[in-house]
Write a protein that binds this ligand. Structure first.
Ligand SMILES: Cc1cc2nc3c(=O)[nH]c(=O)nc-3n(C[C@H](O)[C@H](O)[C@H](O)COP(=O)(O)OP(=O)(O)OC[C@H]3O[C@@H](n4cnc5c(N)ncnc54)[C@H](O)[C@@H]3O)c2cc1C
Length: 417
């Protein structure tokens, strides 16, 4: 939001938008909710995707040095033919800001095949209010995390993260109505169930693709074309605007790429790790998640650090690594404490073993990803395969066959100020 404001783009007065003070988490253990306010008096914003896109289009169209061609499709980044003759346009630099299925990315020989980890079912509720005013809500304990954002004027956007196999079931609407409906605040439940039964929802595919390459000086990738993550942590737009700003300000591509690797490493790891910990129902993920809740509950400093990391204000991998290490230690101690009861030994042994195995693959996978990065993208698939052994939910190896795409009714929420 700060970047947009610096360019004279104000989204706050937009219709159906709402200022956000942070997040409130409702853990599945039913214990007290956890408030994660943004540090200081900074605010975020929740707003419909279409509103953000049209504001950006308007700003670009009004810029004198830009020829904006809405509706034009780029088919290939190669010499093109017209009337049987081959033509080409010469540009000093082509910037691929064309999203997850980027044509520019494909032209660099990098993979664009969609890898779907889950589906996002979006439902708009009217004449309802969230329990905690001004906060985004995250509910745990459903088939996947549930996000809820206020959109102003008593409208609330509900986003259900749903595993693909659950959505493939013929009774999916009733299953979602009962499993997710039971977690929603009572006041929202009737309109939620009715909207689902009336088919008033949209579905988008969630995917994860770590940033491996930014291209080369003549063909640069920014935003989702460079890499993308599950929207749970809402870092996508912050990283995309950061790419654009740094590219515009940098004279040297290599300096730009180095700067972005440094700035995006921590948000990337956080986005991947947080989704994994909150969406996975295996025992080792559950003990990690409970350790996160305990850390948030016990220490305001940890809550503060989490929101800074989520907002990409703190991009230190050392601090992120330290926080992750502490969480793992807390999780292991909790398992050890439970194993005082000898009936819990088999569970404790299996949980610790799975945790260690997954951490090992995670470490190896990130190392291979950084090697692939230094090699300009070579080895990308191998890194992905290794990471998939650690990230069992977010990096399922199945390729998306649903044909579902993100639609215009998505919520872009709480991009921090
Ligand atoms: C359900 C959902 C919820 C999300 N919520 C949040 C959130 O709360 N906060 C957040 O920060 N991020 C969120 N994200 C992520 C965020 O939407 C993306 O990170 C962001 O939109 C990336 O911007 P982009 O410009 O790189 O790509 P896109 O937004 O995908 O834009 C790419 C543009 O390029 C155009 N294009 C593509 N191919 C071609 C072509 N061949 N020719 C011409 N034009 C082309 C497209 O039409 C589009 O306009 C969410 C994503 C999803 C799916």
């Amino acid at each position: 939001m700060r970047t947009l404001r610096d360019f004279g783009l104000e989204l706050e007065p937009a219709p159906h938008s709402s200022a956000g003070k942070g997040f409130v988490v409702f853990p599945e253990d039913g214990a007290d909710l956890i408030m994660l306010p943004y540090p200081g008096d900074s605010l975020g914003l929740s707003c419909e995707h279409a509103v953000i896109v049209s504001s950006l289009h308007e700003a670009v169209a009004n810029e004198p040095g830009i020829d904006f061609m809405p509706g034009a499709r780029v088919r290939t980044v190669e010499p093109f033919t017209r009337d049987g003759a081959v033509h080409s346009v010469t540009a000093g630099r082509t910037v691929g800001a064309d999203g997850r299925s980027s044509v520019v990315r494909r032209s660099l020989g990098l993979s664009t095949s969609p890898k779907t980890c889950s589906l996002m079912v979006g439902i708009l509720l009217e004449d309802v209010q969230l329990p905690v005013d001004g906060y985004g809500h995250m509910l745990c304990g459903g088939p996947g995390p549930i996000l809820m954002y206020p959109l102003g004027g008593n409208r609330v956007r509900v986003l259900l993260d749903v595993p693909q196999e659950r959505w493939a079931r013929p009774d999916r609407v009733e299953v979602m109505a009962s499993s997710c409906g039971a977690l929603l605040p009572e006041a929202l439940r009737p309109s939620f169930v009715q909207a689902l039964r009336n088919g008033e929802f949209s579905v988008a595919a969630n995917g994860v693709k770590p940033r491996i390459s930014y291209g080369h000086p003549g063909r640069v990738l920014v935003g989702d074309a460079a890499g993308h993550y599950h929207p749970l942590t809402g870092v996508g737009m912050t990283l995309g605007f950061g790419d654009a700003l740094e590219l515009a300000e940098s004279d040297d591509f290599n300096e730009f790429a180095r700067g972005r690797v440094k700035a995006t490493r921590a948000p990337e790891m956080l986005a991947i790790g947080v989704y994994e910990a909150f969406a996975d129902r295996r025992d080792e993920a559950v003990v990690l998640r409970q350790a996160v809740y305990r850390s948030w509950r016990d220490a305001p400093a940890v809550r503060d650090r989490t929101t800074r990391l989520l907002a990409c204000e703190d991009t230190s991998t050392v601090r992120l690594g330290f926080a992750f290490g502490l969480t793992v230690v807390r999780a292991i101690l909790a398992v050890v404490r439970r194993s005082r009861d000898e009936r819990a030994w088999p569970w404790a042994r299996e949980t610790l073993r799975s945790l260690v195995v997954r951490l090992w693959w995670l470490w190896r996978g990130f190392r291979l990803a950084y090697k692939a990065r230094s090699a300009g993208g070579r080895g990308d698939e191998r890194a992905r395969r290794v990471l998939a052994r650690a990230l069992l939910v977010s990096m399922r190896s199945r390729t998306d066959e649903t044909g579902l795409s993100a639609d215009g009714s998505r919520v872009r929420a709480f991009t921090r100020e």
